[in-house]
Design a protein around this ligand. Structure first.
Ligand SMILES: [Fe+2]
Ligand SMILES: [Fe+2]
Length: 292
């Protein structure tokens, strides 16, 4: 499928998706928020509302079961590049975001703020590392992938689209919604079959999970794989596909979410000072280079 430049990049920057999440979920699920909704946002919404709407229109139209199969084939070969974590972060940082008035921080600093907030709360080091890595899959953008195939809320493909997914009306245009194999409650799945058997819409979560799955404990892999699955971790839209084990593991997804969404602070962490700690942490769990 060929997309126009406008279809590839409906958002001024991929950060607009996260800004929109803050609008939709101004408060953490089970905790008190440190920064109120109004404090986060101080620019006029209308323009971004439109670009985010268009972003979801494209996402919901084109993220079909077949699209995901095709993207898995293309990217899970991991034959694009071989990089150290540090080179990957430098690479990711070329995605600088000028549009975000909350912080003028780059991707690296989002990762560092997330992981430092986790570390400050005394969590295990693999959870800190998970926070440090969690958005590395966004390098997909730099391989020319459309924004809506990198970021955005994720959802299962192969069964009915929940109306709890943001902008559910846009699924009308998704061919799967007319396909009898895929448009029933369970579609190709069975009750509580477990998410390991469920294909998710394609994006940075699944891509990084597949890269990390042999290196980190399962408790860290769940938030990597499902941190954008807002329809479930915030709105319980797909409990009927979840196993008891998924529920147990989703405690870590829930634990992680506030760090991802609400750890933005205007004071940038001191990357230089922190680097030795993260170098050791990366070396403890990961090989010298990763295949992208
Ligand atoms: Fe993410
Ligand atoms: Fe993130």
């Amino acid at each position: 499928m060929n997309f126009t430049e406008k279809e590839i990049s409906p958002l001024a920057s991929i950060e607009e998706w996260e800004d929109d999440l803050l609008e939709r979920y101004p408060e953490p699920k089970n905790a008190e928020t440190k920064k109120k909704k109004e404090e986060y946002r101080n620019y006029t919404d209308s323009e971004r509302v439109n670009t985010v709407r268009e972003f979801y229109r494209l996402n919901h139209t084109y993220q079909t079961y077949d699209f995901v199969v095709q993207k898995e084939k293309e990217f899970l070969k991991f034959d694009k590049r071989e990089m150290s974590v540090w080179d990957a972060i430098d690479f990711l940082n070329t995605l600088v975001d000028d549009s975000d008035p909350d912080t003028n921080l780059d991707q690296f600093q989002h990762l560092l703020q997330t992981s430092e907030a986790i570390r400050a709360d005394g969590h295990p080091d693999w959870f800190v590392l998970m926070g440090f890595m969690h958005d590395l899959g966004k390098v997909l953008c730099l391989f020319g992938e459309p924004q809506w195939a990198v970021v955005g809320d994720t959802f299962p493909v192969g069964c009915k689209h929940s109306d709890k997914i943001v902008y559910p009306e846009f699924f009308e245009a998704n061919p799967d919604s007319k396909d009898e194999r895929y448009n029933t409650k369970y579609g190709i799945y069975s009750p509580n079959c477990g998410l390991e058997n469920v294909k998710m819409s394609w994006g940075h979560d699944e891509y990084l999970y597949q890269m990390m799955k042999n290196y980190l404990p399962e408790e860290a892999l769940y938030p990597i794989r499902y941190h954008s699955f807002y329809p479930q971790h915030r709105d319980d839209a797909y409990s009927h596909l979840m196993s008891a084990h998924d529920y147990k593991m989703f405690k870590w997804v829930d634990k992680f979410n506030p760090y991802d969404l609400y750890s933005k602070v205007p004071v940038p962490p001191n990357a230089k000072e922190l680097r030795p700690y993260y170098e050791d942490l990366v070396a403890k769990y990961l090989p010298a280079t990763l295949k992208f």
